[in-house]
Design a protein around this ligand. Structure first.
Ligand code: FCB
Length: 440
């Protein structure tokens, strides 16, 4: 690696992330059905119709996995808690086995000197709640508050940090407008409602955790830099609209108690009645801001319905996901988020990483492209720190190759290779290089 720990401020945190449905093995431990199980069981939604039933079998192998986190020298581990594992029906009866699992997992982190950074919801909505309209139903905020109370009532005393919801754009837009993730809807009214309710639910969860006396609570936003596909005013406007509903909508809600006009142009008439009255809850004060960053998009205008645009393929080198490698976007977002939204609040890069077609050969995986990717993004983060951004940590996606949602087990994001037949873990070259950098 082209950096070492001592290049960073002393209390800067390095970490690695995963999420429950992607690694645990949802078939184990009495977890209830989720909308991802049925989405995956519907032909055409997921590559080879794969689901998270087995994941990486982390439910049984978590100690070995946390050894890998500790061994590399990471300070923190960003994990998520499965709503349906804790409350199989989404509400009401608690699955004690599920709570016990997160209790053991938490203690196993602490025993290894790893700071637990929890995300309450990383996408697997319990099916009985999906039946009631899921994120489209305003009641989801109350259901989510109940889940927050139950799970954090058990492990909240030992969390280093907590964010309620991973990536509000993915929960709402990707899943209700583009239809690429569960529940697979393509409907603008559903989208607008989900976008608002996801923020309302975030706010309610923050209130619940404050009530439990918890501190260091944040929000995690995913961001994609939007560049115009060409040098015309129309293309610039198309990119601005993309930026408005993708990046600015959720930041504005939480930090400014408003939604951007460019997003309201298309979404305004579909938002639930009285949405303006929810901002006191949505904007409940938080302690840090998390940014998940992977890539940028080139946006071109078109004559279709709002948002009147589409993505075009860009010229930069791409990862296994087909995503352009664009480290400058990370620098742009870190500086812009601090100067326009979060101010002095600590910022964390809560996800960054790349998928690669990694091959295990003679017990080794060479992944020079990932090493490069990390080097360039860390350099962008360092430039942001030099520019005065209060960046306090950098968390990689992901510890393990895992279930990459609609793309199944094919896209490998891990620092550690997983053989999905034997479940054997093999640290890749990137893991070993990071270990060297973090322990220097
Ligand atoms: C993020 C998700 C994570 C993983 C990475 C590649 O949007 O939070 O679960 O899928 O992308």
């Amino acid at each position: 690696m082209q950096f070492k720990r001592s290049d960073f401020p002393e209390d800067f945190l390095f970490g690695v992330a995963t999420s429950s449905y992607q690694i645990e093995g949802h078939a184990f431990g009495g977890a209830g059905k989720t909308h991802w199980d049925t989405f995956a069981a519907t032909p055409g939604n997921v590559v080879r119709a794969e689901n998270g039933a087995r994941g990486c079998d982390h439910y049984h192998r978590y100690e070995q996995d946390l050894d890998l986190v500790a061994e590399a020298g990471f300070d923190c581990y960003r994990f998520s808690t499965s709503w349906a594992r804790v409350l199989p029906e989404g509400r009401g009866a608690v699955n004690q086995e599920g709570l016990d699992f997160y209790d053991r997992l938490t203690d196993a982190m602490l025993e290894r000197g790893i700071k637990p950074c929890a995300t309450l919801y990383h996408w697997e909505l319990p099916s009985p709640l999906a039946d009631l309209g899921g994120w489209r139903n305003r009641d989801v905020a109350g259901w989510f508050a109940e889940f927050t109370e139950v799970i954090m009532g058990r492990i909240g005393d030992r969390m280093y940090s907590v964010a309620p919801i991973n990536e509000p754009w993915c929960v709402s837009w990707l899943s209700h407008f583009l239809g690429e993730h569960a529940p697979g809807l393509r409907d603008i009214r559903a989208t607008a409602r989900a976008m608002h309710h996801v923020l309302l639910s975030h706010g309610r969860a923050i209130e619940v955790m404050r009530g439990l006396g918890m501190t260091n609570l944040g929000a995690v936003f995913n961001m994609e830099w939007a560049d115009p596909a060409d040098d015309t005013d129309d293309a610039r406007r198309a990119a601005d609209v993309y930026d408005a509903y993708y990046n600015r909508f959720f930041l504005s809600g939480i930090f400014r108690k408003s939604y951007p006009d460019l997003a309201l142009e298309g979404l305004g008439e579909h938002l639930p009645e009285g949405w303006q009255d929810d901002f006191d809850t949505i904007a409940a004060p938080i302690d840090w801001c998390g940014i998940n960053y992977y890539t940028r998009k080139l946006i071109a205008p078109n004559g279709g319905p709002w948002p009147h645009h589409h993505e075009v393929t860009g010229p930069l080198p791409k990862t296994q996901m087909g995503w352009e490698v664009y480290p400058e976007g990370l620098h742009n977002f870190l500086t812009r988020t601090a100067s326009e939204y979060s101010g002095d609040l600590p910022i964390f890069v809560t996800e960054n990483g790349m998928a690669n077609n990694d091959i295990l050969s003679h017990g080794k995986v060479d992944d020079p492209k990932r090493i490069d990717y990390i080097n360039h993004h860390i350099a962008a983060a360092q430039r942001a720190i030099a520019d005065g951004v209060p960046l306090q940590g950098y968390i990689l996606w992901s510890l393990l190759d895992n279930y990459e949602w609609a793309l199944g087990y094919e896209k490998r994001f891990g620092l550690v290779h997983v053989d999905f037949d034997t479940m054997e873990r093999t640290p890749k070259a990137s893991y070993n290089h990071l270990k060297h950098a973090l322990r220097t």
